[in-house]
Design a protein around this ligand. Structure first.
Ligand SMILES: Nc1ncnc2c1ncn2[C@@H]1O[C@H](COP(=O)(O)OP(=O)(O)OP(=O)(O)O)[C@@H](O)[C@H]1O
Ligand SMILES: [Mg+2]
Length: 331
């Protein structure tokens, strides 16, 4: 850890995380986020694995980086991988590496991300989506402190800190038989839940101003009406959605302020539009087509999930992009 970085009065950590090429300031003005940061600061001192829970876009990766960058491992690598983004075989070779000729196309041997992250932190995003065979392999690697590349016999010792994130309830996945109980107990030593943005309204404007400062535009702040809209919206996509809304506003603003009209349209819409639409249709129920039934059911679940697409896709048992495609057809 660099010694001369300014530290936060509340949690004692340096509140800056580096993401790719740039550094980002971590905003935590609300009491709930300050509690999260205080907890994260305690975790930074420990070497135990961490599980970070939270809805999409709440800043799970940001907090994982913050923990790493304020830990003794700060000068070692932080390696992140999204478990849900890769098919099982590819994930296995990404994580553990592979030997030459291990599979078609493996022309040379390659280090896996667990080797890349040696002495540092491995961040496993969306850990709940990990297939059972890889869970078994990960468990063995953590128990033995060593890994074996796919298609090789030799083992390597690795010293890693594992930080995981998920929007799912891992205990529930264990009950459903989708997540190994032994791995769950090994990983969930320290846990943290990122609060949704709707529960930390005090962070909305400071975050919005931080994101605006990152845009190379003339606009310097938000008009009163725009501020009202930012405060009143439920932010189902959390901080990421806010960041995108600010980019939208910055792109459209022509003066020194971002006006309400420059912000995305959904901030102005009645957030209960799905419910209103559903309640108005009662008499023709017997003759609904299957497609219409599906549409209504999806919109109802979206409403119950307050517009959170990840949560709704989960409840509907369909992929996020399938849901997104369907919603696009309905709009
Ligand atoms: N407290 C914060 N201060 C500043 N920026 C933040 C904060 N929280 C989140 N962000 C920004 O919001 C975006 C989303 O954060 P992040 O990727 O950490 O969320 P996530 O919970 O991992 O999302 P997902 O579930 O989709 O993977 C990022 O661009 C991040 O820099
Ligand atoms: Mg993430």
């Amino acid at each position: 850890m660099e010694q001369n970085k300014p530290t936060c009065d509340v949690c004692g950590m340096a509140p800056v995380v580096s993401r790719w090429t740039k550094s980002a300031f971590v905003v935590s003005m609300s009491p709930v986020m300050q509690e999260v940061c205080k907890r994260a600061a305690r975790f930074a001192v420990s070497l135990a694995p961490v599980v970070i829970y939270g809805e999409t876009g709440t800043g799970k990766e940001v907090i994982a980086r913050l923990i790493h960058q304020n830990s003794r491992r700060a000068n070692q690598p932080f390696v992140a991988i999204n478990v849900a983004a890769l098919p099982t075989e590819l994930l296995e070779s990404e994580l553990f590496g592979h030997g030459k000729g291990a599979f078609t196309g493996a022309a040379s041997s390659r280090r896996g991300l667990m080797e890349e992250a040696a002495s540092g932190t491995l961040f496993l995003d969306e850990i709940g989506e990990m297939a059972l065979p890889i869970q078994a392999k990960l468990l063995r690697a953590l128990q033995d402190g060593e890994i074996r590349r796919v298609g090789e016999n030799q083992t390597f010792a690795v010293d890693l800190r594992i930080v995981c994130a998920t929007h799912r309830d891992l205990a529930e996945l264990v009950r459903e038989g989708k997540f190994r109980q032994d791995l769950y107990f090994r990983l969930k030593v320290l846990t943290l839940t990122m609060p949704p943005l709707r529960d930390r309204k005090e962070d909305v404007l400071p975050l919005a101003r931080t994101f605006l400062a990152e845009e190379a535009v003339v606009a310097q702040d938000f008009s009163n009406e725009a501020q009202q809209q930012l405060q009143n919206y439920a932010w189902p996509g959390n901080v990421r959605e806010l960041q995108n809304a600010v980019r939208h506003g910055a792109a459209l603003a022509t003066g020194l302020w971002i006006e309400a009209r420059d912000l995305p349209e959904e901030l102005r819409q009645n957030q209960n539009r799905f419910r209103a639409e559903e309640l108005s249709a009662t008499d023709q129920q017997e003759t609904w087509t299957l497609a219409e039934m599906e549409r209504r059911h999806i919109l109802r679940v979206m409403d119950l999930c307050q517009g959170n697409q990840a949560m709704a896709a989960d409840k509907l048992g369909i992929a996020r992009n399938t849901l997104w495609r369907k919603l696009r057809l309905y709009s």
